[in-house]
Design a protein around this ligand. Sequence first.
Ligand code: ADP
Ligand code: MG
Length: 280
Amino acid sequence: MSLEVEGLEVAYGAVKVLHGVSLRVEPGEIVAVIGANGAGKTTLLRAISGLLRPSAGRIRLDGQEITGWPPERIVALGVIQIPERRQLFASMSVEDNLRLGAYLRLRRGERKAVEADLERVYALFPRLKERRRQTAGTLSGGEQQMLAIGRGLMACPRILLLDEPSLGLAPLLVQELFRIIADLRRQGLTLLLVEQNARQALRAADRAYVMEIGRIVREGPAAALLEDPAIQAAYLGGASPTLPGSHPSEVAAYARPARAAASGDASVGEHGDGRDHASR
Ligand SMILES: Nc1ncnc2c1ncn2[C@@H]1O[C@H](COP(=O)(O)OP(=O)(O)O)[C@@H](O)[C@H]1O
Ligand SMILES: [Mg+2]
C-alpha cells in the first residue's frame, strides 16, 4: 500500500506541532522517520491513523484521500499502528490479545484466515507460542513488544506504522526485532518506522526522513543518511562502526502466495518482490 502525506499540519489546541510535513511510502518499502524526543513523530503517526485531525494538509492511501476520516475507516483499509506504549490487555492471555487484533476480520467472518494468521504469527514469534496461555501483563518488556507487533499483524495490515518499537528493549532484543522487521518487509509488507534509535532504523530502512521540531529537515536513501557526517554527529553519536553482515532469519511458514499481492489483497503474509534487503 502506498502512503502520501502532504503539507500536514497538526495542533494540540493553540500549539501547532507539525508544520507542513510531507513524506511518501511506496508499496513494499520500509521508510524510517528519525528525530529527537518531542520532534512530532508520534503526532504524525496518530494523524495518519485518524486519531488526530490535521488542521491542514492531505493524507492519501493508494491515491485515495483519507484526510479527516475516522480511525475505524482507516484501520479497515489496513493501516495498523503499533502504539509506543504497547496498550496490551494485561490480564488477558497472549493468544486472546492476538485474537483481539483480528476482531474486525472475525466480524467479517474470516475465521479460517485468522486461525492461519495466528499460526504465522507464532512462526514469526515462537516465544509467543510458548507463552500463549500466559497473561500479557506477566511478559517481559521485549515479549510485550513482540506481542504488540503480533497483534498488529493479526489485523492483516497493508501498511504497518511502528512507533518506537525498540524503546526500552535490551540490545539483543533490538537486534531480533529488526530482523523481524526485515522479514516482514521481505514478505511484502509496507512499513513506516518511527524511531529514536536512528542507527538501527537507518540500517533497516530503504529511505528515511529526519524530523526536527515538527518539520522534515532531511530525506534520502537510508544508506546515504547513515554515512552522512551531519546525521552521524546529530543522531548516531559520531562515526558509524563497520557493521558485521546480518543473518536474516527466514520465516518461510509466514509467506503467502504472490498472487495475493497481484490481486491487491496485500497482507502480512504475502511474498515480497524478492529483494534481499539484508544483503545490501
Ligand atoms: N496530547 C498532547 N497535548 C499537547 N501537546 C502534546 C500532546 N502530545 C504531544 N504533545 C507535544 O507535541 C510535541 C510532539 O510530541 P510527539 O509527537 O509525541 O513527539 P515524538 O513522538 O517525536 O517524541 C511535543 O512538544 C509534545 O509535548
Ligand atoms: Mg513518540
